[in-house]
Design a binder for this molecule. Structure first.
Ligand code: SAM
Ligand code: SF4
Length: 472
């Protein structure tokens, strides 16, 4: 119940996923790495950069942890529960290492900086600790660890974007891919550990983003999701020109690669998303009509304590503006229940804001105090756990109702669907997504279609999470 995670942004089904060997890889590897990833899409995208760096060093991926020479956990610090899961896994790997002492175990990502001395010295759980900006140094750190030293680099950088590293697409459906456009975050929301674990915000070279998207399209991919903690503050100035590339410019440039390439992005910040971005979305059919616009709380006083830099009224006006420019745009949200000092009335304001925004989907959490954050230093985590959980349950119940209503509004409508693969339940049906990011399942019938094809589907039925339709 702590989290309701319905789609691919922070997909519960993918937590702890181990990457399979890459498809069509002709290399003969002498060494194998096993990597498990936790947390947000950004971390899953980072694991593909790590895989690229390791494959240059002669390491091939394995899903069988027993045969790995190198075991890596790409970790998340966003809530306490995520950290507990990683700790448990590390204890399991320690047993494996006892049986095969030459195996190296490493922690990557957001927990690295926070817990390096604990993992290395106190608990002696790992050989390598590598922060999110230090993956280029992995080969040297591995050599150090092989020589019996501890390989540690948790330095954060002001300019690392891994722009020149072409990620190895692991566990890919060959149709949809994530592309990092920026790293870090400057926002300092008071509850959030990201600015501390991932460092200052920096935007990746626009030309390298375009090149990566073009290469994906040339390789048969049909959808790219541009990733950043706050994509609306993307800002890149090339050395050769003084004209900055804004997020709206970047979206347009990627959309122009081909009208057959769908473009998505995540995450938008309500204080930063501009009319320019909305108009660019409206202008190009292949920019998906879907915005993830985290609310966090519906009460202005709580938003101020969260340091979100918008009020309830500002947020409501943004939603109105989106609907005015794109009446068919899907909107989803992140919500935190039981932030410090939140009253019952303020909780109700969150529920009422959800209802007026009519979210199609939300990621919902109860507040988890994170060491080092502004909230931990300034405020008391004073809402009892049972109250947090009850408020969260009410929020989840509200979203379930809204998702059901949203899906019912789609009955009888037709959507252009990008086929991603077989439906989970039956090989006789396809699964794909509408522009609004809703999952649609439909019978294959006699049409000769394949993953990556677009097809028009009319919705005849629905559950809370899925639309069910037929090809028209
Ligand atoms: N940058 C994005 C944004 O501002 O919306 C999302 C960042 S974070 C990886 C994803 C979500 O985790 C946040 O939107 C927030 O709802 C939730 N979150 C972050 N810190 C949290 C905490 N301390 N307790 C509970 N939920 C938290
Ligand atoms: Fe965290 Fe706020 Fe940055 Fe999102 S925008 S990563 S919630 S500090």
């Amino acid at each position: 119940m702590e989290e309701l995670l319905l789609n691919k942004k922070h997909d519960e089904a993918r937590q702890g996923e181990a990457y399979a060997p890459f498809a069509e890889d002709a290399n003969l590897y002498t060494r194998r790495f096993y990597i498990e990833s936790y947390g947000c899409q950004m971390n899953f995208a980072d694991s593909e950069i790590v895989a690229s760096i390791l494959s240059e060093e002669g390491y091939g991926a394995t899903r069988n942890v027993g045969e790995a020479d190198l075991i890596l956990l790409n970790t998340c610090s966003i809530r306490e529960k995520a950290e507990q899961t990683v700790r448990k896994r590390l204890t399991e790997f320690r047993k494996l290492k006892k049986a095969k002492p030459s195996t190296l175990v490493g922690v990557l990502g957001c927990m690295a900086e926070r817990l390096k001395s604990k993992f290395l010295e106190e608990e002696k759980l790992v050989d390598l600790v590598v922060g999110p900006d230090a993956y280029r140094t992995l080969p040297n750190l591995i050599t150090e660890a092989e020589g019996g030293q501890k390989g540690v680099n948790v330095l954060l950088s002001r300019d690392e974007t891994y722009a020149d590293i072409s990620p190895v697409r692991l566990n890919s459906n060959g149709i949809t891919a994530f592309v990092s456009i920026m790293r870090g975050c400057n926002n300092m929301c008071s509850f959030c550990v990201v600015p501390f674990t991932r460092g200052r915000e920096r935007s990746r070279d626009a030309a390298s983003i375009l090149q990566e998207c073009q290469e994906l399209f040339d390789a048969g991919y049909k959808e790219v999701t541009l990733l950043g903690q706050n994509v609306d503050s993307y800002h890149y100035v090339a050395e050769t020109t003084s004209r900055p590339v804004t997020f709206a410019n970047l979206l347009e440039m990627v959309a122009l690669i081909s009208s057959d390439l769908r473009v998505r992005f995540s995450t938008s910040h309500p204080k930063d998303i501009t009319d320019d971005v909305l108009h660019t979305m409206a202008k190009y059919e292949n920019i998906c009509k879907y915005i993830h616009l985290p609310l966090q709380s519906g009460a202005s006083r709580v938003l101020q304590m969260m340091n979100r830099n918008y009020s309830r009224e500002w947020y409501a006006a943004k939603v109105d503006r989106i609907r005015e420019i794109m009446p068919d745009c899907g909107i989803s949200s992140d919500i935190i229940a039981g932030f410090c000092t939140e009253t019952e009335e303020e909780h109700k304001e969150t529920v009422s804001m959800m209802e007026s925004a009519k979210y199609d989907m939300s990621y919902m959490f109860f507040y988890s105090e994170r060491p080092g954050t502004l909230a931990q230093r300034r405020y008391k985590d004073d809402i009892p756990e049972d109250v947090k959980k009850r408020r969260l349950a009410e929020i989840v119940e509200t979203q379930n109702k809204l998702s059901q209503e949203s899906n019912k509004r789609d009955l009888g409508k037709s959507f252009k669907v990008l086929i991603e693969g077989n439906s989970k339940k039956s090989d006789a049906a396809w699964m794909g997504r509408s522009s609004q990011n809703k999952v649609i399942v439909f019978e294959k019938g006699t049409r000769d279609l394949k993953p990556g094809d677009y097809v028009n589907v009319r919705v005849n039925d629905c559950t809370q999470a899925t639309l069910i339709g037929e090809i028209v």
